[in-house]
Design a protein around this ligand. Structure first.
Ligand SMILES: [Zn+2]
Length: 233
């Protein structure tokens, strides 16, 4: 740095104790209870019907395609780098135990969600669409931290019976070891706003995922102490 741009040293304060420094939020981002649940770029972000992404058209900076088997609709699926690496670990561990797993959906942009949601409105009407699909700007898939998994047959992909497949059962018991949680569990619709989706996994990091699993909390809202979000405000 040129000398002319060196910052001026502040005048020595009269006080004998050091001045109080405000805490930098970034320094505490990894400590429980101080996560940045509002920041769409945070691993700890919580998106639900009461917590839209801000900005609504947020687009992750570090997307890549994980090197895993793709199922119907999953070709070219992308996740943020940390989630992609964790997915590769998880799929490999499942395969090593004889469980085949596919990715059928990953990141979805705001514009894609416009089309997806409109499709369900056309099929089910708005109230019906709201039970199964997020409105644009409210989808966890837009964070790049969520993926939908399937199994090799695909017969139960994106269906309730996926919970009973080898892949669904394995994920429910093991996903937390790789930093993922089953985001929409049975009996949690009043908290998460969604009917059960045993295929939808959300990356929150290994420490939090294991802690949530062991705590018995069945919704991210419960685990992070955030209000239930049964419906749009
Ligand atoms: Zn999903």
């Amino acid at each position: 740095m040129p000398e002319t741009e060196e910052p001026q040293a502040p005048a020595a304060p009269e006080q004998t104790s050091p001045p109080e420094q405000p805490e930098e939020p970034e320094e505490q981002a990894d400590q429980p209870g101080t996560e940045s649940h509002d920041d769409p770029a945070s691993i700890d972000v919580v998106v639900n019907k009461a917590r839209p992404l801000e900005p609504a058209d947020y687009y992750p900076a570090d997307l890549r395609s994980p090197n895993v088997t793709t199922g119907p609709g999953g070709a070219g699926a992308q996740l943020r780098a940390a989630a992609a690496g964790a997915a590769e670990e998880m799929f490999a561990a499942a395969a090593a135990e004889g469980v085949s797993m596919t990715i059928v959906s990953g990141f979805r942009s705001y514009d894609t969600q416009v089309s997806t949601y409109q499709h369900w409105v056309n099929v089910n009407g708005k109230a019906g669409a709201d039970e199964v699909s997020a409105r644009p700007g409210y989808s966890e898939h837009q964070t790049g931290l969520a993926l939908d998994i399937g199994d090799s047959s695909g017969a139960c992909n994106l269906s309730a019976c996926f919970a009973d497949t080898a892949a669904g059962s394995w994920a429910a018991q093991n996903a937390h070891r790789f930093g993922f949680v089953v985001r929409y569990q049975p009996g949690q619709q009043d908290v998460t706003g969604y009917s059960p989706e045993p295929w939808h996994l959300r990356f929150i990091g290994k420490a939090d995922a294991a802690d949530m699993y062991n705590s018995g909390a069945k919704a991210l809202e419960t685990y992070y102490g955030l209000p239930a979000a049964p419906d749009y405000l």
